[in-house]
Design a protein around this ligand. Sequence first.
Ligand code: SF4
Ligand code: MSK
Length: 650
Amino acid sequence: MSTTTRRPPEPTSLTIADDARAVLERAREEGIATVWDRLRAQQPQCGYCSLGVSCTNCSMGPCRIDPFGEGPQRGVCGADADVIVARNFGRSIAAGASAHSDHGRDILEVFAATAEEETTGYEIRDEAKLHALATELGIATEERSALEIARDLADALQEDFGTRKDAISLLDRVPEVRRELWRQLAVTPRGIDRENVEMLHRTHMGVDNDYTNILLHGLRTSLADGWGGSLVATELSDVLFGIPQPVMSKVNLGVLDAAQVNIALHGHNPLLSDVIVQAAQDEELVAMATEVGATGINLVGLCCTGNELQMRKGVPMAGNHLMQELIIMTGALDAMVVDYQCIMPSVTDIAKCFHTEVISTADKARFPGATHISFDPHRGLEIGREIVRRGIVAYGNRNPDRVLLTAEPVEMMAGFSVEAILAALGGTPDPLVDAIASGKIRGAVGVVGCNNPKVIQDGGHVTLTRRLIENDILVLVTGCSAIANGKAGQMVPEAAEMAGEGLREVCQALGIPPVLHMGSCVDNTRIIVLAAALANHLGVDVSQLPLAGAAPEWYSEKAISIGAYVVASGISTVLGVQPPIFGSMNVVKLLAEDLDGVVGARFAVEPDPERAAVWIRRHLEEKRAGLGLPAHDLDTITAPAAAAAAASHV
Ligand code: SF4
Ligand code: MSK
């Protein structure tokens, strides 16, 4: 167990969340190192890497470019700062896109096996969505069974991963004007795996040495994620597990119950967690839990596996990215079941100080110190039962004197799939379009992404979201942002009271919160699909709509890929954490300025959420003016004086 001898900073400076602060006090008292301590131990972090000007792509290096212009300006091979920064950025996009797309493929493989009746615990739960998808791909549905259709659909989508095509299958949802733009720019994604492989090829030494060309392929790679791998994950998860519908749930560490066996489901892929939810209802296992003295089995979510379960089944949510260590330190967690992505290797270290059993389940994601139970969809339910059984046994090792549960859970509403939003609007986007056109709603913004210990936890998400809804901007959230906003009480219908007059009126009429939970990281596709549907409905391009994206606390390569496909789809996006690109002002200029003239959208970097809100509000008003809608005078939209003095931006 690693410990730190220096006294860590006050919890109030690390997080705005009360549940986190209480456990961080315990970490301080007991000398247990957390992600925040490890970040401090890493200071000062490498300046070359922070600027993106270091390269390890070959063994003539490692190389770095002197950002002050006094030392080397070229790597051993001759690559300059522009090439090195663009190559690093491109590789990050490919890594993020690969993570999402591999997740999508895993869902697809189980879907295909389910179609062959080879799995246990899985079925086609939404035949209407299956039919809609099949029709979209030109697959016959008349007088055919669901399994027959599913087999053809699985084949067609598997083709999207590897086969060389002119375009992947689901691009017809994109407005024709944008698809034509992508054709002209040669960024139409041709195959989900192909674009990732090509990015790795291009960024090998001596291949693509034009930073613009590399970054354009970065957009193509990201589009293969957003309109390919991630979209496959979202759509087939809906077919297998059901389309999310609005559901009330609870959030924060208070969802743990000292009287029950507590099992947290952490990661991203709903395949195993769905069968664990089924297993936890097994009468034999519930009886076993009672025998060991518990009152029941309490499943809770973490990160995006949690989002998947909360959206579809109302499973309570324990926390977001930076809560994964703290939940173990409550002493009340009996088992943490992990699949993949965003799971800190440190969880097994922290678990050694408590009784928690960490159970890894994906053969591609092993955690030394964890019990590994290999996921196999052919025995899904059986494995789910085995995992729940282990959680019950671990409960027997719990020390009641170590249990630290202080938080009261907060209510939140989840489950706003595109289908659910349209249903809430009465089956047509017209009410939303009318509200935007009249100015009651100024526009819509996706506030998404992670926590990052460089940002006070949840502070970026909650402040930015609050400022947007106060100014009549509908906010769509996914991933850890959804959890942050849920904890802050901004995701219940009553939160309409926090919104500006126009948004409040619309939300109250529809009975919805001003901040809509659209799902997990792969479900950012729901946001771009909704944007494309609105654009098609109005006969305009996505880039003309009063929309924006924001990732105030992002950390992950997946977030870079998401940001890139959102921008490439025509939606400008503000990042709250500086990406490693500032070693090349050419790359910065391209991403933050010139891209607007190419794809009608661009990146911005703004660490201060108050100023990010101003940037977004101005952007939306400019888009409104462009559409001939009533727009506010930009000079009236300003940041609070303190924020203006403190922040910097591109
Ligand atoms: Fe250095 Fe070029 Fe090799 Fe990168 S690819 S490590 S810049 S020699
Ligand atoms: S879990 S990618 S920390 S949102 Fe999707 Fe949260 Fe970011 Fe992971």
